[in-house]
Design a protein. Sequence first.
Length: 63
Amino acid sequence: MKQTLLIPAVACLFSLITGTCLKFFELPGANMLILLSSVLLMGLILLFTYSLIKVASEAEKIK
């Protein structure tokens, strides 16, 4: 599960950096790009932590 989340997380980080550069040059659409990439990145982080907790709880059930 960790590897499947890596590519979308890198893409969100790249779009967040791009939005920051657009905001620095005061180009339109920067705030929306930053907002969307931040929300998607937070969702991916929540999904990653959920999968870690799920794997940890399954490991304890096996013992």
